[in-house]
Design a protein around this ligand. Structure first.
Ligand code: 26W
Length: 822
């Protein structure tokens, strides 16, 4: 009976055209005669949206009906990128759309290009959440994402005179992918006081009174699985003023301005994504965002659970909540508050439910990224939550004291409250204490968590609470969508596209490594992808690059620990070397294009200095006729998901060169290798497991190991520091104003020469430069290089988020996919 109402499904080109025209003429109220690319995009998006929403409705019905355990993924960031291409591929109607659009005179690529990226994230953590949603739906898990509907996503980066400028990213106009649910709202309270009250049974209970309320409104985004019937939901909360009598009274009293001001202040909560990556600044508005989103999401989850009329003890059998970093840690405290203050459970019973429900993923060991909130701030904003945190801490410390009766030190080390001025609440500790599993995102990272940051907690809880789930990427977006030619070539060899849902099937490619014809096609595809990137570079920077050159790419957030400075110093070294060569020697140089991209946090001065240096070096090198095509330096502005889809398939080599022990996992390393690029990298994050999978002959590793970092830093600190001689020459060139005013870069050189070289740039410089020379050498042997490229792709099966999600499902969430019959 359902089916006959789904009139807007289309199953072929003609039906697609019918739907497209219907949307253009009626939904958009446009005439076909003045239909531009933007209208064609909107019409196409609406046609596909109809399909998604039909499946979305069916999926939600099915999930409610079968009533099995669901996963809720709480993330402050979802870096989704564009949705249309993804919807077309997942629904499997892209060819119909291509032909239909062609009939109307449009190229599908141009239509797809009209869409604004949904950029509700900073970098790796946000994109990982988006890949997870794709895999959850593809694997038919009943799963919801919960996040914030920022009015402004990550800022748009413009480069002006070599400097980064930030422009607001207002992205919501005409966004067809979200559905406002004005009927799904939650009132969220802030401030106020806690009073003790007697309940009906005469028991003393805490009551959180007065304060201000802000309304959370749900916006739903459908998440289609690839080739499955599951379309899951991403629910994003938007803030607005509560429609209570509060503003009504002000309004009637003639205080119109202040009523409007209240409304604006409420809307501020979900206004903007914080652009800091790995730096916590302790701003009140950020804490408000976190509580607003956690409280709204939990209310929603609890409301759904209560409809089933089950006992509270069954909550952990119905609900798994995963915390994407510590940003949603308040959800633990809020859940405990709901259970004891509102539902009337005893503390222990409630706490048992909470810890069975939550899991916590840590993404970084950088100390400056660990969230701490000042006690006075929390006291003011969330007085009841602070009390509960104190109680969690009290019971926890009591049990630690029992376990380690003669150890005074451990109590202050593991206390949730840091005894500083002001006192601080350590969010990671709440997350550990309130979860049944804590995981890192790559083997080395998880090992470091256990041996350093969270060592005491391993002693307290045992090692079983701590686990590793190595990251992955979705092969749908990062192979099939970003690199359709390679995807088809692989499908041709493997006899179909099954590898897109079972990436381990790629291993069958190894049989073709020596196949001449296959190699030729493989090489062709790489060239085409490099051409595509060369066009993007021409269009956005004006520079012409030779696509025959070795494309060396480093795209990621700009951060000292990721060491873009090491890369650009290496580029300067290369430039100086070329300058010193005879014409005959220059003939032997392997032409190279060094490509950079990435945003600096607006307040991160050193990162901005690195961008500035890259651009100044580019200006000098690219205009030096001595050098010509032998070296080009490119900074691609406004690196984002849709640009990554063009960039990742176009690398010969990409750089993942963080100081050993600092990168949680890295995920672009996987995207580049999956697209047939090789890697130069340190023994850090998932580089180590990539090496294990693809073989160490297929990757260029260099640099000091994580186990040596502490000692090296210690030696620098005590004055045992020798600037690498080649790096010294690079610094001399900078100081001689070769790249403009040396004063602009003095903080950068000083951080290495004078301030202890915390990130070991000098220590790794020699090894980096010589490894780059090995890269040049290897690139000369085209056939060997191709063999490495193909072999690597064949061995990348492990790095699919499908594998990752299945691991979470088995070892942390204990959830099963929902079987769907056709
Ligand atoms: C509180 C400020 C803040 C903001 C964002 C602190 C930390 C973050 C994120 C954890 C930064 C991030 O994106 N981390 C990256 O997460 C990826 C997915 O697991 C990993 O691959 C990267 O190594 C890690 O840097």
């Amino acid at each position: 009976a359902w089916r006959k109402y789904s009139a807007h499904e289309f199953t072929n080109k003609d039906e697609f055209e019918r739907e497209l025209v219907r949307h253009i003429e009626t939904t958009l109220a446009r005439s076909l005669y003045n239909c531009d690319e933007l209208a064609a995009y909107s019409g196409t998006a609406l046609a596909f949206r109809d399909r998604l929403i039909i499946e979305w409705n069916r999926t939600q019905q099915r999930q409610t009906f079968t009533d099995q355990k669901r996963v809720y993924y709480l993330s402050l960031e979802f870096l989704m990128g564009r949705a249309l291409d993804n919807a077309m591929l997942n629904v499997g109607m892209k060819d119909a759309a291509r032909e239909g659009l062609q009939d109307l005179g449009f190229r599908i690529e141009d239509v797809i290009g009209q869409e604004h990226d949904a950029a509700l994230g900073n970098g790796g953590l946000g994109r990982l959440a988006a890949c997870f949603l794709d895999s959850l739906a593809t694997l038919n898990y009943p799963a919801w994402g919960y996040g914030l509907r920022y009015r402004y996503g990550i800022f748009k980066q413009e480069i002006v005179n070599g400097y980064q400028m930030e422009v607001p990213d207002y992205w919501l106009d005409n966004n067809p992918w979200e559905f406002p649910r004005h009927d799904i709202t939650v009132d969220i309270k802030f401030y106020g006081q806690v009073k003790k009250k007697q309940d009906e049974n005469g028991k003393l209970v805490a009551s959180w009174e007065e304060g201000e309320t802000v309304q959370a409104v749900a916006y739903d985004v459908p998440i289609p699985g690839y080739g499955t019937k599951t379309t899951n939901n991403l629910r994003l909360w938007s803030s607005k003023a509560s429609s209570g009598e509060f503003d009504f009274q002000k309004f009637n009293a003639g205080d119109y301005e202040s009523a409007v001001a209240d409304q604006q202040s409420a809307e501020t909560i979900s206004a903007v994504l914080y652009p800091n990556d790995n730096l916590e600044r302790g701003k009140e508005l950020r804490l408000k965002q976190q509580y607003f989103w956690c409280a709204a999401s939990l209310y929603d989850i609890v409301r759904r659970f209560k409809k089933t009329k089950r006992a509270w003890s069954e909550f952990p059998d119905q609900v798994a909540i995963q915390l994407n970093d510590t940003h949603p840690t308040l959800a633990i405290v809020e859940m405990q508050r709901i259970l004891i203050d509102i539902e009337g459970l005893e503390w222990d019973e409630a706490w048992n439910i909470v810890t069975k429900t939550f899991g916590y993923t840590n993404h970084t060991v950088l100390p400056e990224a660990l969230e701490k909130w000042s006690v006075p701030l929390m006291q003011n904003l969330l007085p009841r939550h602070l009390q509960i945190i104190y109680d969690i801490n009290l019971y926890f410390l009591q049990s630690v004291e029992k376990q380690f009766p003669n150890d005074r030190e451990i109590l202050s080390r593991v206390s949730i409250i840091e005894e500083s001025h002001p006192k601080m609440v350590r969010m990671a500790y709440i997350a550990i204490i309130g979860s049944h599993k804590v995981n890192g995102v790559a083997e080395l990272h998880s090992d470091l968590l256990k041996s350093t940051l969270f060592k005491d907690f391993v002693d307290i809880y045992g090692v079983d609470r701590f686990t590793n789930v190595t990251n992955g990427v979705t092969p749908r977006r990062w192979l099939h969508q970003a690199n359709p030619a390679l995807s088809s070539l692989i499908a041709e060899k493997l006899g179909g596209h099954e590898f897109l849902t079972d990436l381990t099937l790629l291993d069958k490619l190894e049989a073709f490594v020596d196949d001449k014809d296959f190699r030729r096609k493989w090489a062709h595809i790489k060239s085409d992808n490099k051409l595509r990137l060369a066009r993007l570079i021409k269009d956005t920077t004006g520079y012409t690059v030779n696509p025959e050159s070795l494309f060396d790419i480093q795209v990621k957030r700009i951060h000292e620990y990721k060491r873009q400075q090491l890369n650009i110093f290496g580029v300067i070294h290369r430039y100086l070397k070329i300058k010193g060569m005879s014409a005959a020697e220059r003939k032997k140089v392997v032409p190279r294009v060094s490509i950079f991209g990435g945003k600096a946090a607006p307040g991160y001065w050193m990162a901005k200095t690195i961008i500035h240096l890259i651009n100044k070096v580019a200006a000098v090198v690219n205009n030096d006729s001595d050098v010509g095509d032998l070296l080009k330096v490119i900074f691609i502005e406004d690196y984002n998901v849709s640009k990554a889809e063009i960039i990742c398939p176009a690398s010969d080599i990409s750089e993942h060169i963080s100081t050993a022990g600092t990168e949680g996992s890295g995920t672009s390393n996987m995207k580049f290798v999956l697209n047939g690029g090789l890697i130069i990298g340190t023994c850090d994050g998932a580089n180590i497991e990539i090496t294990r999978e693809i073989g160490d002959q297929n990757i260029f590793l260099f640099g000091n190991l994580a186990e040596d970092v502490e000692d090296l830093r210690h030696r620098h600190f005590y004055g045992d520091f020798q600037l690498d001689p080649a790096l010294e020459k690079v610094f001399k060139a900078i100081k001689d104003n070769m790249f403009g005013d040396a004063g602009d870069f003095s903080a950068l050189t000083a951080s290495i020469e004078e301030h202890g070289d915390y990130y070991l740039v000098s220590d790794d410089f020699h090894s980096y430069v010589t490894t780059q020379e090995m890269v040049d050498e290897a690139f000369l042997n085209k056939e060997e290089w191709l063999a490495k490229s193909i072999t690597s792709v064949a061995r990348m099966g492990f790095f699919s988020t499908d594998r990752v999600i299945n691991e979470y499902a088995d070892s942390i969430w204990n959830v099963e996919p929902l079987a769907v019959k056709d």
